[in-house]
Design a protein around this ligand. Structure first.
Ligand code: BEZ
Length: 396
């Protein structure tokens, strides 16, 4: 009888307390984000910026959303598809992250696509432009806040012909998926207007001596209006500096995708980059209140200006957090999280942020020129192509 009474009391008074405290423990469990970026190799600087920008937004919100702590776990994917896959597995299966984010190199993004799909794991790309992932190989689990390789280039190719009067172009880019995809985008935009691609030169990613390739470019002086380039990381610094050292800067002007002269690199390229015209979705010189606030916060924290990678990552973190806010932090409901993420809209440093129907960012493309202001090299915006999505079509 006494025993029954005790059980009854437990059921009535204590059991609800146990359940409530378990609920609180579950609600208080951190939201874990697994972040992949390269911290070695050609894109090591890109990877650092990609991480710093992401962390800046999390810092601003005190690593908390809807009463839950956010834990960021970073892993070095070394720009290698097989390392990226192993690290993604580790983050998901050992660290039990709720989502993956980051990635600079398209090869890594392509490599983990099936793993992400099979495990229904949300992946928010903050750089890798691997074009198929938000087009023919799209997945409900893959989002991209940065760009599709070729997206900005469609607008850049159109602009070159329609606004700069460029008719003949020689193209130089690294020989891997991102290089070819970006070049294809530019070609589509440029050729649709009647432009001619006279030659294409694609050195391996991570080339240290561009001399043998630049020797070929010399032959085209007087035969092309511009050399178009896409290089990033240490390739961007070397290609631009060596182009100038080779005496080519005065022979054939450059018109490049802005990665090549991003703020991350122009302070090393210095005068070799002066005057280079480019197109990109971001530059810290944008004169908007949100950008000024972001640039100040970033510069105060890291003592250098943000470039595209930091800004992309910053808006990636913000998009994730806005979606988490909308679902009151219940990240375990993946479908609700992904639906909320699709609907996120806000004013980003680069301009208005939103996704298209394939979960890829729609963005303004700014046309810029490298100038020197005091001791500083900057990309000054002189025109803009608004609202460019991955299927943007040239306007005749
Ligand atoms: C890419 O691999 O998609 C990529 C790498 C660096 C800059 C831009 C794109």
């Amino acid at each position: 009888m006494k025993k029954l009474l005790l059980i009854g009391m437990f059921v009535i008074f204590l059991y609800p307390l146990v359940i409530v405290s378990q609920g609180i423990a579950a609600a208080a469990e951190p939201i874990k984000i697994g972040y992949l970026a390269p911290y070695v190799g050609v894109y090591a600087k890109n990877g650092k910026d990609l991480t710093d920008g992401f962390k800046l937004y999390l810092d601003e919100i005190g690593y908390k959303v809807a009463g839950r702590e956010i834990v960021l776990i970073t892993e070095d994917d070394e720009m290698k598809p097989e390392v990226g896959t192993t690290k993604a597995r580790k983050l998901v299966e050992k660290d039990r992250v709720h989502m993956l984010a980051g990635i600079i190199h398209s090869g890594v993004a392509y490599a983990i696509k099936d793993y992400v799909n099979n495990n229904k794991m949300p992946l928010i790309l903050t750089n890798a432009g691997a074009a198929k992932l938000t087009a023919q190989d799209k997945s409900p689990y893959i989002f991209r806040v940065s760009f599709v390789n070729g997206q900005q280039d469609l607008a850049g190719g159109w602009y070159a012909y329609a606004k700069l009067g460029i008719r003949k172009v020689l193209m130089m880019f690294p020989d891997y998926s991102a290089g070819h995809e970006k070049a294809d985008g530019f070609k589509r935009g440029f050729k649709a207007m009647g432009g001619e691609i006279v030659a294409e030169i694609f050195p391996p990613l991570g080339t240290t001596d561009y001399g043998p390739y630049l020797a070929k470019v010399v032959d085209y002086a007087g035969k092309v209006d511009r050399v178009w380039m896409f290089f990033s990381g240490s390739d961007a610094v070397r290609s631009i500096v060596q182009y100038s050292e080779y005496g080519l800067k005065d022979k054939i002007k450059l018109f490049v995708i802005g990665d090549t002269v991003d703020e991350t690199f122009i302070s090393s390229q210095k005068d070799a980059a002066l005057g280079v015209e480019s197109y990109l979705h971001y530059t810290p010189t944008l004169d908007t209140p949100e950008n000024k606030r972001f640039v100040k916060a970033y510069t105060d924290k890291y003592r250098n200006e943000p470039g595209q990678f930091s800004e992309q990552a910053y808006i990636g973190a913000k998009a994730i957090v806005k979606a988490l806010e909308a679902i009151k932090g219940k990240v375990e409901d993946r479908d609700a999280f992904m639906k909320a993420l699709r609907d996120v809209k806000f004013e980003a440093p680069q301009g208005p942020f939103r996704f298209d129907n394939n979960q890829n960012v729609v963005q303004n493309v700014y046309i810029r020129r490298v100038e020197k202001k005091g001791e500083k090299y900057v990309n000054t915006v002189f025109d803009m192509v608004p609202d460019v999505d991955q299927f943007w079509t040239p306007k005749k």
